[in-house]
Design a protein around this ligand. Structure first.
Ligand SMILES: Nc1nc2c(ncn2[C@@H]2O[C@H](COP(=O)(O)OP(=O)(O)OP(=O)(O)O)[C@@H](O)[C@H]2O)c(=O)[nH]1
Length: 343
């Protein structure tokens, strides 16, 4: 990941911001809990003071990020604060109570906040440091008994890692889902786009081939004289007309099939289970519904329709060609009508 805001899409910047906030909240929460344990269980005021300073730093960074939205700078500061914090804590513990385990929370944080490359470098250097530190510690006589401090350190590190990975996976999953939705949605109308339409038709075609579906029909619907609408009302109003048409199609087809924008002023409707004759009647009702609807821009909106059925023995692209030819005939024969591939 290159660290320039220009390289972030809105989606990944949103994901990174969520992660940064989650990491800072976890640090703040843990600092205050561990600080309190150090005061009330171990009466270790030095370490507690250090924990409360960490709480203040994490809270300060959260506040700074909320006000300034400096994602990269705040991510760096958060990583620096975590690394500094963990190192000082390990040195204060001086090899006792498995405090070295705290080093385990650094790799996920630097990977999440600074990306793969820097995360790998920092983690590698950190591991070298830990190995050197342990090599020195091994040469000193150490108490072997496991105390409450060691147990708490192990529990705290495990819980911190659990929180970190849980947040990471949650926000990665929702970012991925959002991208998935965007990749199949037409931005202007909010309907499915051509990628989705292609994949659904291909799937229907496969299911026809295996006998899972007995019929499936494709309808191409095209707004009549849309160029004239654009020319008289302007492109922005033209976009509104497209959204209006999309809304009518969505409302009418809600429970029957899948509708999407095929491109320009053309829409596609996929009707699973419909024979050609049924799809023709359905399209006729849809045509009437659109023509009867009041429009907000003072002109009537009509659409022409081309209908064709999927054949298991012919490619689905062939059905698109047939539907397009039928639509062409609908236009030639006066518009605002339905034509079927076998007419
Ligand atoms: N506003 C707007 N116009 C678009 C968009 N996509 C395509 N168009 C316009 O749609 C118009 C299509 O015009 P034509 O292909 O001549 O079709 P038409 O005027 O609808 O005529 P017929 O289809 O024969 O009834 C063109 O003027 C395109 O610029 C869009 O996303 N927004």
């Amino acid at each position: 990941m290159t660290h320039s805001l220009l390289t972030y899409t809105d989606q990944s910047a949103h994901h990174q911001s969520q992660l940064l906030r989650a990491v800072l909240k976890i640090i703040a929460l843990f600092s205050v809990i561990i600080g309190s344990i150090n005061v009330f269980v171990f009466a270790s005021y030095d370490t507690a003071l250090f924990n409360y300073v960490s709480f203040a730093v994490a809270s300060g960074l959260l506040l700074y990020f909320r006000n300034h939205r400096q994602l990269i700078l705040t991510s760096w500061l958060a990583c620096a604060a975590v690394i500094f914090n963990v190192m000082v804590f390990i040195h204060l513990a001086n090899g006792q109570n498995y405090a070295i385990l705290w080093v385990m929370i650094i790799p996920p944080i630097v990977f999440f906040l600074l990306g793969r490359k820097l995360g790998a470098w920092i983690t590698g250097l950190l591991f070298l440091y830990v190995i050197a530190f342990m090599a020195i510690q091994i040469q000193q006589p150490m108490p072997r008994a496991l105390g409450l401090g060691a147990l708490l350190n192990i529990i705290e590190v495990c819980v911190a890692l659990w929180f970190l990975f849980r947040f990471y996976e949650g926000s990665r999953e929702s970012a991925y889902r959002e991208l998935e939705i965007q990749s199949v949605t037409d931005k202007l109308t909010g309907l499915y786009n051509r990628i989705k339409l292609d994949s659904v038709v291909a799937m229907q075609h496969r299911q026809l081939g295996t006998g899972q579906v007995s019929h499936s029909t494709v309808v191409i619907a095209d707004i009549d004289n849309f160029k004239a609408i654009n020319d008289s009302l302007g492109h922005i109003k033209g976009d509104e007309v497209l959204r209006h048409a999309a809304q009518l199609l969505r409302d009418f087809t809600r429970n029957d099939g899948l509708v999407g924008r095929w491109g320009g002023e053309e829409f596609m409707l996929i009707l699973p289970g419909y024979t050609l004759e049924q799809a023709k009647l359905y399209s006729e009702r849809l045509r009437q519904y659109i023509a009867d609807n009041e429009t907000a821009f003072g002109q009537t909106l009509t659409m022409s329709f081309g209908v064709a059925a999927l054949h298991p023995k012919k490619s689905f692209e062939h059905t698109f060609i047939e539907a397009d030819r039928a639509l062409y005939r609908a236009k030639e024969e006066g518009r605002n009508c339905v034509r079927v591939s076998n007419d």
